[in-house]
Design a protein around this ligand. Structure first.
Ligand code: ZN
Length: 174
């Protein structure tokens, strides 16, 4: 079980070994994606199966997680769920690309070694909307949903003294 995914992979070797890559990847490792992010902290869950279809290494699986984009209308936080199905055929020729099963996207590889985070990053960016924005009006959003969770935390803390008092009271009555 890989918690942190490997950075550099050899897709051919991974495909021959039928490697199953499961783990989490930090958003900080994705520089191009960070342009879209309001909150650059966070992780994505990655579950990828490598195998071979003829001579072509295939990556199939899923990338999912919760990220916070920047709304392009109001420039505030826009919570976004990533749920991307991955179906990639790593081809070296156009003929190989043409022979891929339907639903698979060809990725032209020239080098044996590839950056796994770059592959994941590409998949996530493809799945993003062209123009990320709040569905309802942005003003409405910002007035009904707090951007920060601080008020909740304060509430929880202030509950503690009361529960202590309540306990004391019960003890006192007995
Ligand atoms: Zn907005």
């Amino acid at each position: 079980m890989l918690d942190q995914l490997p950075e550099i992979i050899d897709p051919v070797v991974f495909a021959e070994r039928h490697s199953h890559v499961v783990g989490r990847i930090g958003l900080q490792r994705m520089v191009r994606l960070s342009d879209f992010l309001f909150d650059k902290d966070g992780e994505l869950n990655v579950n990828l199966q490598f195998y071979k279809e003829g001579k072509v290494p295939i990556i199939e699986g899923r990338i999912e997680g919760h990220i916070t984009l920047t709304c392009q209308s109001c420039l505030k936080a826009l919570p976004w769920t990533v749920d991307k199905t991955v179906k990639i055929g790593m081809v070296q020729t156009i003929e190989q690309a043409d022979r891929l099963e339907e639903g698979f996207e060809p990725m032209v590889v020239s080098d044996q070694k590839m950056s796994l985070s770059a592959i994941i990053e590409d998949e996530v960016i493809i799945a993003l909307p062209d123009y990320p924005r709040h569905e309802s009006s942005c003003m409405e959003y910002s007035s009904t949903k707090p951007l920060f969770e601080e008020p909740e935390e304060i509430k929880q803390e202030s509950n503690n003294p009361f529960s202590v008092l309540a306990k004391l009271k019960i003890t006192g009555d007995q």
